[in-house]
Design a protein around this ligand. Sequence first.
Ligand code: SF4
Length: 412
Amino acid sequence: MDHNRIRKKLKILADAAKYDASCASSGSNRAKKPDKNAIGDTQSMGICHSYTPDGRCISLLKILMTNYCIYDCKFCINRVSSNVQRARFTPQEVVDLTLSFYKRNYIEGLFLSSGIIRSSDYTMECLLNIVKALRTQHHFNGYIHLKVIPEASQTLIHQAGLYADRLSANIELPSKQDIKQLAPEKSITTLKSQMLGIRNDIIESKHDYKTKKKYKLPMFAPGGQSTQMIVGATQSHDRSILKTSSSMYKNYNMRRVYYSAFSPIPDAHSLLSLKKPPLIREHRLYQADWLLRFYGFDVDEIVPEDVPDLDLNLDPKTAWALNRRDLFPIDINTADKELLLRIPGIGLRSVQKILHIRKYHQLQHHDLKKLGLAYNRAKHFIKAKDHLKSSLLDHEQLKQHLSSESKQMELW
Ligand code: SF4
């Protein structure tokens, strides 16, 4: 192996991959009993995710096979019209790099994506050859997250899913209009049918595994599928982003939607924003996404039509509660789980603890302080056995008070 040449390529292709935020693994279990020649393993609790300050996940070898691309997506540094240094790994080089990094304990797995060379199917086939060689020739049992190439055929995606832990097809932009303007070669219809195909293959594979006892056969993408949306590249509101995410979760069983703040690129298209959006916007979107998935919120509650963007000064649950003060204070000793989950400062685990403790005795304010919840925020919205109604709940200044508390917390 020519180490200098490989190092140069690695520098270019690892840097080109850093724009993809969707690289966290998610606790997939590969084989129950890997064969005796296998190396590496994924863990049921998820392999460790470690992010550098610029958002790269450092526990996976995160690279593009190539940053050459025949497409011209306006937001992408690797688009055909972009003036960047290009490089390309051969499939064998990616295999060798992954194995040598893994054996040195640098990484726990591989995150592999690529620009499109020659055609979508040709590129997807190259990626497929890499993961197939890793699994079948080298018995690599570490984590693999593989990007699905836009417009690649379902047959190739199906084969790739038998070797990868997770697949992702990136939607990139929240609205049809944005995609049409900024990624005209991509078809939203094809992308959605890729996602649907992945969803169906996952369901079928799980069903076969359970009912037909096909333990020896590889499962299809056991870590599920994910997608990514770029935030702030266009004028699209948070409402539009969250509506798209919600439909991704409902219609395609998406495990995660990742939000990646747009980084202005050299020689950018005039349709693109010149400024990087504040990082806090990405953070608020992740918080809102959490509310959609685990707290029973609906997009219309978090970002109604007349206020289509999230409040950057407040977490979305607190912002919602301040607009629905008529529902508060909520009695911590009698409210059902769904209602408890709506209280600002109280998370899923705290709700479980509250439900458990109150079987035995009525909770008082001093009990809540011991539960590890954000009491200073929650206290304004709750009623306990020793309830004293918050003097601030009916006052406009509560918003100001909680905004400054939120800023303090984010400093830490
Ligand atoms: S297809 Fe992918 S790599 Fe190519 S320009 Fe579009 S986003 Fe960039």
